[in-house]
Ligand binder design. Structure first.
Ligand SMILES: Cc1cc2nc3c(=O)[nH]c(=O)nc-3n(C[C@H](O)[C@H](O)[C@H](O)COP(=O)(O)O)c2cc1C
Length: 188
């Protein structure tokens, strides 16, 4: 059952990932303005976001909550579980300057309780930003499970956007980032 579900989600992600050639047309990716927005509790996703920004020339934006999550791992899991179970969108601090200027937006986070942290809901659902017609590229870091579900969640939260194939890394092992960015035609 679990395998079937994983396959279904993987297929869904492939369906929603537009062809890079179609998305970029004749414009070179280098001409597109790139934002790398990420949420990170322990630094792993930040590490991946920084690599993506380094390789693409993108601008980093850290998604942060007004009330920080507990620094203790177990306490953090309890707060995160409560937010997820109750659909709580935590208030965010700071905002992206001129989101309209960006063509491509990487959105990344850790896997939290088999999906994206609720801070990602807050970020992608806010009426402050219009993600329609943006190219959204999901990425995540995780310990061992729910990579696809988390990438799919970012796609689901941006229904009016175009999507390219996402990427997931375990911990700080970012092997494969460059290949992925080449495959989706963001770098050459
Ligand atoms: C609240 C919470 C829930 C987590 N749930 C999962 C999970 O369902 N699957 C998984 O593989 N890892 C899970 N993890 C581990 C993180 O996804 C992983 O350590 C990630 O790389 C952390 O990224 P960060 O350092 O950017 O916060 C969880 C961690 C926390 C704090």
């Amino acid at each position: 059952m679990k395998t079937k579900l994983m396959t279904l989600l993987a297929v869904l992600l492939c369906w929603t990932a537009a062809d890079a050639q179609t998305v970029f047309g004749t414009a070179r990716p280098a001409e597109k303005k790139i934002l790398v927005a990420y949420f990170s509790w322990g630094g792993n996703t930040q590490h991946l976001a920084e690599e993506i920004a380094d390789m693409t020339g993108g601008t980093l934006f850290r998604i942060e909550t007004v009330n920080p999550y507990p620094s203790d791992y177990n306490e953090c899991t309890v707060v995160a579980r409560n937010e997820l179970d109750n659909g709580i969108r935590p208030e965010l601090k700071g905002s992206v300057d001129n989101l309209d200027d960006y063509d491509v937006i990487f959105v990344g986070c850790p896997v939290w309780w088999h999906t994206a942290p609720m801070a990602i809901w807050s970020f992608l659902e806010t009426s402050d930003y219009d993600f329609s017609d943006k190219i959204i590229i999901p990425f995540c870091t995780y310990a061992s499970t729910y990579r696809e579900e988390t990438l799919v969640k970012i796609v689901e939260l941006t229904p009016a956007s175009l999507h390219l194939q996402g990427f997931g890394a375990t911990g700080r092992n970012t092997n494969g980032v460059e290949n992925w960015l080449r495959t989706i035609n963001i770098i050459r």
